[in-house]
Design a protein around this ligand. Structure first.
Ligand SMILES: [Zn+2]
Length: 166
């Protein structure tokens, strides 16, 4: 059972165990903004199980470079839209094919529909006369540093907003 921690400005900050979340709430450092499932039964009290908590004070997070590009991350960044045709995408494509030295970087990975992926194969964009609908870039913002957000709990969605607005 995981709890999403929001910074005082409501941006996602971390994912912690619900026990850790309860400690923050009981210490007066955070407030529960969404609950889920069965309550937690302690020795003397019964607590609502927090699924989202909000820190009462803003925490400054140093910007960390070099978030690793993952398949799920690329699909999230590109809003599950194919970088070539704009249709719903479930796969990820290397813009410069691996066989031609293309790497697993945010700049070289894009969301891609199965049809375009099959058509593209090991070819370059130049060979196909294709163009990217956007320039792939590493995403910015704290939420991209949080790997657990690749599999968000249903209760978190209202607090995650648009991924592209990170
Ligand atoms: Zn496509």
């Amino acid at each position: 059972m995981r709890t999403l921690v929001l910074n005082a400005g409501y941006e996602p900050l971390a994912v912690v165990t619900f026990r850790r979340a309860l400690v923050l709430v009981l210490a007066g450092k955070a407030s529960v903004v969404a609950e889920s499932g069965e309550p937690v039964v302690g020795p003397n009290e019964v607590f609502a199980r927090p699924s989202v908590i909000l820190l009462n004070r803003y925490v400054r997070v140093p910007y960390r470079e070099g978030t690793v590009a993952t398949r799920r991350g690329v699909l999230r960044r590109d809003d599950h839209r194919c970088a070539y045709c704009g249709k719903a995408a479930a796969t990820v494509d290397h813009v410069v094919p691996k066989s031609r030295g293309g790497g697993d970087s945010w700049e070289n990975l894009v969301a891609c529909c199965l049809r375009c992926n099959n058509a593209k194969g090991d070819k370059t964009l130049k060979q196909l006369g294709w163009e990217l609908r956007f320039r792939p870039q590493p995403p910015r913002g704290a939420r991209w540093q949080i790997r657990e957000l690749e599999r968000p709990a249903p209760q978190w969605h209202a607090f995650l907003g648009s991924d592209t607005a990170a």
